[in-house]
Design a protein around this ligand. Structure first.
Ligand code: ATP
Length: 676
């Protein structure tokens, strides 16, 4: 007991109870985490620090957590950092009295702008000691930078970055420190800059922070208050409670105050799904054949729904008469005389400005007595003349922001397939059959505007085959097969669940599921394509190391128009050299002509997978002697602008696909690199 307490006390001595958490204390923890790779040790450091916050300054728990996960607010608030390199370099140079050329030269040599800032700051003679930065102060400063808009915004952003950098502790990185060995130590400037870049690169996954928070809270409640040490079972309970609450209500802004007030184990009674806060959507597992579906669901009742090819939309609505149900944290975008509403994307991004036409009509689809709801839907482009679904490409031509109803050219129809909340009650734990009944009872379909997803409840192979063919004829991607009864049919937020299976028409020809990859480099074109990029270097994401691991070059599947558009789009994010968190072969001939910031995600199909020394995807997981998994004959399908780079296919997924393929023994041919 005494050891536990003293350990937390020694962490950072200059921290007075009740006073704001010193930013230097957080940076000390960051630097410890950065020096280690074992997940459990990282978790321990993180949780120890959070215990100290809980004991000394619980008021700062929220900004501390947000800085740890490198976000300024919940996703739906749409507040993003990710400030470009050139603005940051300008601010570093101006705030440390070095020339831009010196800063750029350092950046070329070190490759990590955070460390460049640390070095610049430690070289600077300081006349007076700046007032120490606090966690809440840094959070507020970053918020100001992120939300600066309008004319002269860039200049004001630079000024505000300078303000923060000038307040960092100049000597927190000792002179003469070996940058490569100790990664720049606990320098405040380093972490401020990395936060601004949108990448802390500590190897601290968001999930780890969530677990650390649960453990710290349990420790705090039991050891600090009741003088007991929690058992492993107590910690596991805290962890599963917080995880499940967070998946229904992914907002620390709502959860943390409730947890501090009611205690972690009482969270489920106090923090439930709430209209206004988007849940992380449930996802499906791919299957290769209808027989695989029948094997998986043998003896159970299931339903086969059309898999519409549009954009996922989670629609939240609360009638004025039930307004207390709406989360106060939410920015209600759609307002009508009936109530308030929002539409969120698969990423929890607020899509309300893209779909004012949907929000406008929404109240007319609602039956009398339906006061509040959260619907899971797909918005699909709709042909008003032929009265049918249009292909996905049509939907992509719609503007994303500030759409005016009168300007809408591509009409959309909303296909609702699930209801997660109705009239004050969360339905996620109810069986799907019951949820579907609620859905059908509470809304009125309107042709070309609002419909229920088509489905057939059958276990017969031939009938499923027919449904699949019909769905494809109706411009759908295939079927979503879902369990109907029992606890297995509950809605599992944020899970790629075994209880939702997708059967796409393409699987049946043996091509397999597509991958979503990040474009990080390009090669100039040859022949007709010389003025654009002719091929690109793609990478998957490794959430554990937070690195992007290369997986293939791609030059197939692009029309001339697409290549031209991509050239314009990507030219804006060219960088001088590979980011230190890109993992790629170091061979000279393997290097692309240009590198990009990791920003765009593309959907890509492949014939199969092979091992290659040129690429590094999943190299640590497949035991290929340093070779990575790579795609053979990759083909570009479409841009995935609903996915962020961190949501790209992971190295783990690619390793699994490769292992599955190997175990099936499909890939008997010689291992070859893709060629274009
Ligand atoms: P991935 O995340 O694997 O890249 P994806 O974004 O296409 O793929 P999938 O898991 O393949 O998602 O399929 C689920 C998606 O299908 C949902 O996100 C939703 O947008 C869409 N969809 C269309 N019709 C349905 C339906 N009836 N039920 C559930 N989802 C549907």
């Amino acid at each position: 007991q005494s050891t536990l307490k003293s350990k937390t006390k020694d962490l950072y001595p200059d921290w007075t109870p009740g006073e704001p958490v010193p930013y230097a204390a957080l940076c000390t923890t960051f630097s410890k985490i950065e020096m280690i790779t074992k997940r459990l040790e990282i978790l321990a450091h993180c949780s120890l620090f959070l215990r100290q916050v809980l004991r000394l300054t619980p008021k700062d728990l929220l900004p501390t957590i947000l800085l740890m996960i490198n976000k300024l607010a919940a996703d739906y608030a749409g507040i993003e950092l990710g400030i470009g390199e050139s603005l940051i370099m300008k601010a570093v140079s101006e705030s440390t009295g070095r020339t831009l050329a010196q800063v750029k030269a350092d950046q070329n040599e070190i490759g990590d702008l955070g460390m460049v800032a640390a070095k610049s700051r430690s070289k600077q003679p300081t006349m007076f000691k700046p007032k120490p930065l606090t966690v809440r102060g840094v959070h507020a400063g970053l918020m100001t930078i992120a939300t600066t808009e309008g004319s002269g915004a860039q200049g004001r952003k630079v000024d505000n970055i300078k303000k923060l950098l000038s307040a960092t502790d100049a000597h927190s990185m000792d002179k003469g420190v070996d940058i490569n060995k100790d990664k720049g130590g606990a320098s405040e400037a380093k972490y401020i800059v990395r936060t601004l870049e949108g990448k802390l690169r500590l190897g601290l996954a968001e999930k780890t922070v969530l677990v650390a928070l649960a453990q710290a809270m349990m420790f705090h409640e039991m050891s600090e208050k009741d003088n007991k040490i929690p058992s492993t079972a107590d910690l596991a309970k805290a962890e599963s409670t917080l995880k499940s609450v967070y998946s229904e209500l992914p907002s620390y802004e709502v959860i943390i105050p409730a947890m501090l007030e009611h205690g972690i184990l009482n969270l489920p009674e106090n923090c439930r799904l709430q209209p206004g806060v988007p849940l992380k959507p449930m996802l499906a597992k791919p299957t290769k054949s209808i027989t695989e579906v029948l094997d998986r669901f043998e003896g159970k009742d299931f339903t086969c729904e059309y898999k519409y090819d549009g954009e996922r939309a989670q629609i939240h609505f609360v009638a004025h008469s039930a307004s207390e149900e709406y989360a106060t944290a939410a920015p209600a975008s759609g307002k009508s005389d009936k109530g308030v509403s929002n539409i969120f994307s698969r990423n929890s991004e607020d899509l309300s400005k893209k779909y004012p036409d949907i929000l406008g009509k929404l109240p007319t689809w609602v039956k009398e007595g339906t006061k509040s709801f959260v619907l899971d839907c797909e918005t699909v482009a709709w042909d008003m003349v032929e009265k049918k679904v249009l292909p996905f490409q049509q939907l992509m031509t719609r503007k994303r922001k500030d759409v005016k109803v009168e300007d809408v050219k591509v009409k959309v129809c909303v296909f609702a397939f699930d209801i997660l909340y109705l009239n004050g009650e969360a339905l996620v734990n109810k069986p799907f059959r019951e949820r579907r009944e609620h859905l059908h009872k509470s809304f009125i379909p309107v042709e070309g505007e609002f419909a229920f997803a088509k489905y057939g409840d059958t276990n017969e192979l031939e009938e499923i085959q027919t449904l699949l063919e019909e769905s494809v004829k109706s411009s759908c991607e295939g079927l979503m097969v879902k369990m109907l009864d029992g606890p297995e049919s509950s809605y599992e937020p944020s899970r790629r669940s075994q209880n939702w299976l997708k059967v796409k028409k393409d699987y049946l020809s043996g091509v397999g599921d597509s991958l979503d990859l990040v474009v990080i480099g390009a090669y100039y074109g040859k022949g007709k394509r010389t003025s654009w990029y002719g091929a690109f270097l793609l990478a998957c994401y490794n959430p554990t190391t937070q690195n992007y691991e290369t997986v293939c070059n791609i030059g197939t599947g692009f029309s001339e128009a697409v290549l031209e558009h991509l050239h314009t789009q990507l030219s804006d994010i060219v960088i001088d050299r590979a980011k230190p968190f890109y993992t790629h072969s170091s061979g000279n001939k393997d290097q692309p002509d240009v590198w990009f910031e990791p920003r765009f995600v593309w959907e890509v199909k492949t014939a199969d997978l092979t091992l290659s020394p040129r690429y590094k995807a999943a190299a640590d997981e497949v035991a290929g002697g340093g070779k990575g998994v790579s795609l053979r004959f990759p083909r570009f399908i479409k841009e995935r602008d609903d996915k962020k780079p961190e949501q790209a296919s992971t190295s783990r997924m690619i390793a699994e696909m490769y292992q599955k393929q190997e175990s099936v023994g499909k890939n008997k041919g010689p291992s070859v690199d893709d060629d274009f």
